[in-house]
Design a protein around this ligand. Structure first.
Ligand code: IPE
Ligand code: IPE
Ligand code: MG
Length: 239
């Protein structure tokens, strides 16, 4: 079975999971962190080298202040509680998204997670936090414009490969498979550049209910997909 090199997950449905149980949304987000923990270890055991998770979007600031605070608190808790374990397991953590404007303690923790684990090689966990695809592309375009103005880059030299080097995901392979839980069938500004040719799997289960079996199911769906990248296939071999 073809295992994807990079799986990216839109972890959606925490609020509805809580509502269905008559619980506050925070309880759903807490349960979501548990599902994340289990998914990182399942992905490691299944031999997936890259896992990206959408934890907080640049549009999630529009939620009530109390929920935003809860989500910030949970990120801090996750890093404080889990960083040592991730490091012990050889997981390298990277964070994509806009770091500017985040509270100093959050920035500090994100920087610490990246620097502590920088040398790890077993698996890569990419956390998309304060991430929005359009925001990422605009920031890349600005940095390219600055480089051209400085004379460090010629505009004719800007190719898709060069452009990708200015994105937050520079050096990270494109996701082969994107999974979204909760039944919503949309991308919500997640990796618009990088997921141009990704296989998409949408699952009805709410994120806190996501288990290793759901991951295995998504990998099974991926394994029978025929990826063409715009070309043609002859006897299963991309020409
Ligand atoms: C996903 O769950 C978590 C974040 C977006 C941070 P939601 O909070 O979006 O849950 P629903 O979609 O309202 O059920
Ligand atoms: C996407 O979920 C963002 C994350 C999972 C972090 P949302 O719940 O914010 O997306 P919409 O609002 O349903 O599009
Ligand atoms: Mg949602």
């Amino acid at each position: 079975m073809t295992t994807p090199e990079h799986v990216a997950i839109i972890m959606d449905g925490n609020g509805r999971w809580a509502k269905a149980r008559g619980l506050p949304r925070l309880a759903g987000h807490r349960a979501g962190v548990e599902a994340l923990r289990k998914t990182v270890s399942a992905a490691g055991e299944m031999g997936i080298p890259w896992l990206t998770v959408y934890a907080f979007s640049s549009e999630n600031w529009s939620r009530p202040k109390s929920e935003v605070n809860d989500l910030m608190g949970l990120l801090k808790l996750f890093i404080r509680r889990d960083l040592a374990e991730l490091h012990k397991n050889g997981v390298r953590v990277r964070v994509i998204g806009e770091r500017e404007g985040l509270a100093p303690d959050i920035r500090g923790l994100l920087d610490e997670a990246e620097s502590l684990t920088a040398g790890n090689k077993n698996m890569n966990l990419v956390i998309a936090f304060n991430y929005g695809g359009r925001d990422e592309i605009v920031r890349a375009a600005r940095r390219i414009a600055d480089a051209v103005v400085r004379g460090d880059l010629k505009s004719e030299a800007v190719s898709p490969e060069v452009f990708a080097d200015y994105l937050d995901t520079a050096g990270i392979p494109d996701p082969d498979l994107v999974i979204r839980t909760s039944g919503e069938v949309r991308m919500s500004n997640f990796l618009p550049w990088q997921a141009a040719y990704s296989e998409l799997v949408f699952m009805p289960c709410y994120w806190p209910d996501f288990t290793r079996d759901h991951l295995a199911d998504a990998l099974g769906q991926y394994a029978v997909r025929e990826r063409r990248f715009g070309g043609v296939l002859e006897r299963g071999i991309a020409l």
